[in-house]
Write a protein that binds this ligand. Structure first.
Ligand code: HEC
Length: 128
């Protein structure tokens, strides 16, 4: 019986402790609390040094297919965007325009694995 009360006290202490820390992080500066998620990194590269945005828009074909279309087809086929971007797999979205996309491999082939994966996560996030 005594043991049970002790356990209960421990539990209460634990729960109130947890509440305190979550409250603390809620009050803290969001800029410090924020960590870079793969999706954010992908977006950063897509709109930054990858310069992908100049040919790909979210839901409209411009020079290249829209991100929604790419995401849909890659999800359907279970294909790897990372493989495509490192020239390990063939185009499956619009092979007739492949030569235009190919010029970007000079950039993507030199990206670290982590950034390629982030790009893939970012693009796939458009398939809902
Ligand atoms: C100069 C314009 C241009 C730029 C810049 C560009 N793309 Fe593309 N992209 C295309 C075209 C055109 C296609 C359609 C041809 C194809 O499917 O291979 C395409 C297709 C793709 C596909 C589908 C490949 C498939 O299987 O058919 C992916 C994924 C892709 N681009 C990712 C990217 C990423 C990531 C970047 C930035 C690093 C990028 N693109 C930059 C023009 C571009």
């Amino acid at each position: 019986m005594k043991k049970n009360i002790l356990l209960l006290l421990l539990l209460i202490a634990f729960v109130s402790c947890k509440k305190e820390t979550s409250e603390a992080s809620g009050n803290s500066n969001p800029e410090i609390a924020q960590t870079v998620k793969p999706n954010d990194l992908g977006e950063k590269i897509f709109n930054g040094k990858g310069m992908c945005y100049s040919c790909h828009k979210t839901d409209q074909k411009v020079i290249g297919p829209s991100l929604k279309e790419i995401a849909k087809i890659y999800k359907e086929k279970g294909a790897s965007i990372t493989d495509f971007l490192t020239e390990k797999s063939k185009p499956i979205v619009d092979p007739s325009q492949y030569s235009v996309m190919k010029t970007n491999f000079a950039i993507t082939k030199n990206l670290p694995e982590e950034e390629l994966k982030a790009l893939e996560t970012y693009i796939l996030s458009f398939s809902k």
